[in-house]
Design a protein around this ligand. Structure first.
Ligand code: SAM
Length: 243
C-alpha cells in the first residue's frame, strides 16, 4: 500500500540521518566552520539575539548537537534558569555534553536523547524552543512542529534556523555548484565521508522554502509567524508564538 511505502521511506530517512550524524559527530564543529566559512556563527548569533532569552527562563534547544545555541542560552538564563540540550543522536549528544562540560557549563544544562516528533516534556513548559539546522533532518516535520507547540508556554516562541531558498538573483547557481561539488569534496577530504555531505546538500534542496515553512508553522498552531532571510536566503530564521 501507499502507506506501507511511505513507512519504509520514513524509516530509511531516519536510518540515514542517524548514520550521517554518527559518522560526522567527531568532526562536526570543524566541518561547520569549514563549510560555511565560519558564517554559521553569525547565523547563530542572529538567532540568539532574536530569541530574547531572559534570566530564569526554561529553554529547549532541539537537535542541539554540540551545543552552540544551548551553551549561550545557559549563560543567558543564569543559575535559576534551565536549558535542555536535546538531540536524537547519542554520538552528537555525547560530544555536546563533553564540550559543554569543558566550557564549565553544566549547572543549569540538562541533556536528553529525544525525537523531535514526540517530545517527552510536559505541556506548556518552555518559554523558548529553538531548532537550528535540525528540522530538515526530521522525517515528520508537521508532527515535530506540533510537539514543539505543545511544550511551549502560552506567550512562548519557537525559532527555526534552517537552510532555505536563495532569494538574491544569481546566487542560486553559485550556491548549487558549491553545495553539490565543493561540499561533498570537503567532506571527503576532512572526514573521509563524501556520502554524508551529499546527503547534506540533498536535504537542503528538499527542505521547504520560506513561505512553505511559515505555513507549516501556522498549521501547527503558531501565530504571528515571520521569517528573516540571512545571507540572501541561503538560511532563514522563522519565528512563531504560541498564545
Ligand atoms: N543545532 C546544532 C547546530 O546548529 O550546530 C546541530 C545541528 S546538526 C546539523 C542536526 C542535528 O539534528 C543532529 O545532531 C541530529 O542528530 C539531530 N536530529 C536529527 N533528527 C532529529 C530528530 N528527529 N529529533 C531530534 N534531533 C534530530
Amino acid at each position: 500500500t501507499d502507506f506501507g511505502y511511505q513507512q519504509v521511506r520514513a524509516e530509511e530517512k531516519a536510518r540515514k540521518v542517524a548514520a550521517v550524524f554518527h559518522s560526522v559527530a567527531d568532526r562536526y564543529d570543524v566541518m561547520n566552520d569549514l563549510m560555511s566559512l565560519g558564517v554559521h556563527r553569525l547565523w547563530k548569533r542572529y538567532t540568539i539575539e532574536l530569541a530574547g532569552v531572559r534570566r530564569g527562563q526554561p529553554v529547549l534547544d532541539l537537535a542541539g548537537g554540540t551545543g552552540d545555541l544551548a551553551g549561550r542560552f545557559a549563560r543567558m538564563v543564569g543559575p535559576e534558569g534551565e536549558v535542555v540540550l536535546a538531540d536524537i543522536n547519542a554520538s552528537m549528544l555525547r560530544n555536546g555534553r563533553e564540550r559543554m562540560l569543558d566550557k564549565g557549563l553544566a549547572g543549569n544544562l540538562r541533556f536528553a536523547q529525544v525525537n523531535a516528533e514526540c517530545l517527552p516534556f510536559p505541556d506548556n513548559h518552555f518559554d523558548l524552543v529553538t531548532i537550528a539546522f535540525g528540522l530538515r533532518n526530521v522525517t515528520d516535520k508537521a508532527a515535530a512542529l506540533r510537539s514543539m507547540y505543545r511544550v511551549l508556554k502560552p506567550g512562548g516562541r519557537l525559532l527555526v534556523l534552517e537552510f532555505s531558498r536563495p532569494v538574491v538573483p544569481g546566487l542560486k547557481p553559485i550556491y548549487d555548484l558549491y553545495s553539490f561539488t565543493a561540499l561533498p569534496l570537503m567532506g571527503k577530504l576532512v572526514t573521509g565521508d563524501a556520502a554524508s555531505y551529499r546527503y547534506l546538500a540533498e536535504s537542503i534542496r528538499m527542505h521547504p522554502d520560506q513561505s512553505t515553512l511559515k505555513s507549516m508553522m501556522e498549521e501547527a498552531g503558531f501565530e504571528r509567524t515571520e521569517f528573516y532571510n540571512l545571507s540572501g536566503g541561503i538560511v532563514a530564521v522563522h519565528r512563531g508564538y504560541k498564545f
